[in-house]
Design a protein. Structure first.
Length: 319
C-alpha cells in the first residue's frame, strides 16, 4: 500500500467503525481517486476498522496540513485552470483564464456569451482547450468519463432527455458511475433516489414520465439525479432558469446548505438570489476573461456595477 496524505483525507469522515467493504463503498461515493480503493483492497483483514489511524498508523492530524495561504484545509478538493483558452473558431470564448476553485460555494456571473458555460464545459471535458485543468490534482485530460463522473456531478443548461422514462428511473441512472461493471442497482441506490426526491419536494413525481412534468419540476429532477451521484463536486449551469421566484429561492438555499456539508459547488447564474447574503465567492466574466473575483462579502449592487453595468450602460438604481 502507498498511502499519502491527500489520499487518506478522503476517508476522514467515513462512518467509523467500518468494514473494508463499507470503506470501499464510501470511497466510491465520495469521489475518491481510484488509488484509495486500490489501497483498501490491499488490506489483509475485513475489519472492522475503528479509525483511519488503524489503517495508516502515521496518519497526520489536521494541524499538520493547514493550508495557510488561504486558510482552508487542504482536503484534496480543488479544481485548477492554468492559462486555459477555448477557441473553437477565429474567436476565443475563454482567454488565458487561470483560476483555482476550492471554496465550498462559487457563483460565476456574466452576460450571455461571456464564457460561463464554456468554462464549465472545459472542466467537464466537453470542449477542447489549450492550457491545463487539474481536478483534485489529476490532469483532467487523463480522466475517463466514469472517473470524471465519480468526481463531478453536473446539472446542464440544455440536455437531450429520454422523455419516455419514469422520473425515478431517470434519477436512478445517476448512481451508475458508482457501480462496478458487473453490478446492478442495489436497495441502497434506490434509497438514495428516494431521499433526494423527498429533499427536493418532488417525491410525488416518482412514477411520472419526464414528459409529464413542468419545466421547473424537470429542473429539480435534473438536480436530484446529480445529487445521487454523491460526488465531491457539483457543477450547475444556470439552474434557476426555469424556476419561479419561490423555487429559485429554495434552490439557492439548498445549494448553500449543501456547501456547508462538504459539497464543493460551482454554479453559473444571472440570479440575484445567488449573491444575497454575501457568503459565496463571486466570479465575473466578460468576453472570456475574469474581470471580477470576490471571495466573500459581495453585494448585488457591486456585482451589477462591475459585471453587468458595462454592457447595459444603466446603473442598478435605474433598473
Amino acid at each position: 500500500m502507498y498511502w499519502t496524505l491527500e489520499l487518506a483525507t478522503y476517508l476522514e469522515d467515513a462512518p467509523w467503525p467500518a468494514m473494508k467493504d463499507e470503506l470501499i463503498d464510501y470511497a466510491r461515493r465520495s469521489g475518491a481517486p481510484l488509488e484509495v480503493e486500490e489501497n483498501l483492497n490491499d488490506l489483509e483483514e475485513d475489519g472492522p476498522y475503528e479509525s483511519i489511524e488503524e489503517i495508516w498508523p502515521d496518519y497526520p492530524t489536521k494541524d499538520d496540513f493547514l493550508f495557510n495561504e488561504d486558510e482552508y484545509w487542504l482536503d484534496g478538493l480543488k479544481i485548477e485552470l492554468h492559462q486555459v483558452t477555448v477557441q473553437p473558431g477565429e474567436r476565443s470564448i475563454l482567454r488565458d483564464v487561470s483560476l483555482s476553485f476550492f471554496e465550498s460555494l462559487t457563483y460565476i456571473l456574466g452576460i450571455n456569451g461571456s464564457g460561463k458555460t464554456t468554462l464549465l464545459k472545459a472542466v467537464l471535458g466537453d470542449m477542447a482547450y489549450s492550457g491545463e485543468i487539474l481536478i483534485n490534482g489529476e490532469n483532467a485530460n487523463r480522466l475517463n468519463a466514469k472517473e470524471r463522473a465519480r468526481l463531478i456531478a453536473v446539472v446542464r443548461q440544455r440536455v437531450n432527455l429520454p422523455f419516455q422514462i419514469k422520473v425515478f428511473d431517470f434519477v436512478l441512472m445517476g448512481r451508475y458511475p458508482s457501480l462496478d461493471w458487473w453490478a446492478s442497482y442495489s436497495a441502497n441506490d434506490r434509497k438514495r433516489v428516494g431521499e433526494e426526491l423527498s429533499r427536493l419536494g418532488i417525491e410525488h413525481l416518482t412514477d411520472r414520465n419526464l414528459d409529464q412534468v413542468s419545466g421547473g419540476e424537470l429542473q429539480k429532477v435534473l438536480l436530484a439525479r446529480a445529487m445521487v451521484q454523491d460526488t465531491p463536486w457539483l457543477l450547475l449551469d444556470e439552474p434557476g432558469q426555469q424556476l419561479d421566484p419561490k423555487n429559485r429561492k429554495e434552490l439557492y438555499a439548498l445549494l448553500k446548505e449543501l456547501s456547508t456539508r462538504g459539497k464543493k459547488i460551482i454554479c453559473s447564474t444571472h440570479d440575484k438570489e445567488a449573491v444575497d447574503g454575501g457568503e459565496a465567492r463571486i466570479i465575473g466574466l466578460r468576453d472570456g476573461e475574469v474581470i471580477y473575483d470576490q471571495a466573500s462579502g459581495a453585494t448585488w449592487d457591486q456585482v451589477w456595477e462591475k459585471v453587468y453595468y458595462w454592457s447595459t450602460g444603466k446603473s442598478s438604481i435605474e433598473v
